[in-house]
Design a protein around this ligand. Sequence first.
Ligand SMILES: [Zn+2]
Length: 143
Amino acid sequence: MSYKQCTKCHCLKAVEMFRVGGNQCKECFSAYHAAYYAANREKIRASKAAYQTANREKKRARYAKWRAVNQEKVRALKAAYRAANREKVRARDAAYYAANREKVRDYNAAYRAATYSGKRVTLKSAQFFQLFSVKNKLKKMHL
Ligand SMILES: [Zn+2]
């Protein structure tokens, strides 16, 4: 086992106790980090918020791409969240429904009616086909 001396506490510690390439032991580094965060909480928070705002589109695009690649994972995560937060999800859905009764009704009707060439398709693809003016085949959607 190899050892290294911490530049902060001057203790001789196993290399594993240091971050890769770091000269302070993990303990000293995390203490430093915690102190820095405590002293600059507002600054850090503001800078994070500014970054989020400036990169919202970028982040959204990256997340959409990730979601497309990890559909199964997303589905599993959602199912796990719903299972763990059944009541919360139910309350949220009920609140949304109460506030958007018309919208939900229209959406559900469109969802049920979404067909293409007589086959059931997802609402999204039905809307896609509709865009390409296959309207006569989507008559049912317009109820
Ligand atoms: Zn140290």
